[in-house]
Design a protein around this ligand. Structure first.
Ligand code: PGA
Length: 264
């Protein structure tokens, strides 16, 4: 952050905002409507945006210049006897540039392991796309204290990025599972405690030699976005619930402006 006036954050480096629609909306016409809401947004130069709809809708949605398309998962093989899987190359062919890997909902509901996340992330990178690798501790671990939570998250980092070489770049999203809006009793993390974890994540990434942008995710909405995005340690946000309303997403994006000569 360079400086801050009138509730707008002026940044020197672009922040990244990723809209994770999850399994929403339920139909193609609704997806097209939501997408056209995004197309109407004039994003400031301070943000780089990617929108991740369900994979089935991707071929029907053409990203404008103002934002990129993303996917919510990809497999580690190009083709073959892998029922239900989609390769990064297939995603690339329909315009995808970013791929969320290892979201907690996949880790929890489908048993996705760090090893699987590592293979998927490697393949996504090999095929010229940007992996957005998700990590984050659940409530039982967090209840044991911050030391236990850090240990868990840093193990996720080293194992999930085990196939990324020193010098390569990825995006990491720290999403404490207990802060994700749809989880029962969810409460957003405070910017201070998110920063504490992200500082530890950055130190681990440095140790591994991996260049990463580190995002925060978990109930980020217009009312609290500024608190997270104004922190220099946080490179952006992965937004779930609030991304289903383009007006809310725009409000989150509008908290950020790039520092230009006129802002001096
Ligand atoms: P949320 O979801 O913003 O609804 O908490 C974030 C995520 O799960 O990626």
């Amino acid at each position: 952050m360079c400086f801050d006036v009138f509730h707008v954050i002026f940044v020197c480096m672009q922040k990244i905002l990723i809209a994770n629609w999850k399994e929403n909306p339920g139909t193609l016409p609704e997806a097209k409507k939501l997408f056209s809401g995004y197309k109407k947004i004039r994003f400031s130069k301070g943000v780089k945006v990617a929108v991740c709809p369900p994979v089935i809708f991707l071929p029907e949605l053409v990203a404008p210049k103002s934002f990129a398309l993303g996917a919510q998962d990809a497999f580690w093989e190009d083709k073959g006897a892998f029922t239900g899987e989609i390769s990064p190359k297939m995603l690339k062919a329909v315009g995808v540039r970013y791929v969320i890997i290892g979201h907690s909902e996949r880790r929890i509901n489908l048993g996705e392991t760090n090893k699987m996340v590592a293979r998927k992330s490697r393949k996504v990178l090999d095929d010229g796309l940007v992996p957005v690798v998700c990590v984050g501790e659940g409530l039982p671990i967090r209840k044991r204290g911050i030391v236990a939570a850090k240990k868990f998250v840093l193990t996720q980092i080293s194992k999930s990025l085990a196939e990324i070489q020193s010098g390569e770049s990825v995006i990491v999203a720290y999403e404490p599972v207990w802060a994700i809006s749809t989880n029962p009793g969810a409460i957003p993390d405070s910017p201070e405690s998110a920063v504490e974890m992200i500082v530890a994540i950055r130190a681990e990434l440095k140790k591994l030699g991996i260049k990463a942008k580190v995002l925060y995710g978990g109930s980020v909405k217009p009312e609290n976005a500024r608190g997270f995005l104004e922190r220099k340690e946080i490179d952006g946000a992965l937004v779930g619930g609030a991304s289903l309303d383009p007006k809310s997403f725009k409000k989150i994006a509008d908290t950020i402006k790039i520092k230009s000569k006129n802002n001096n």
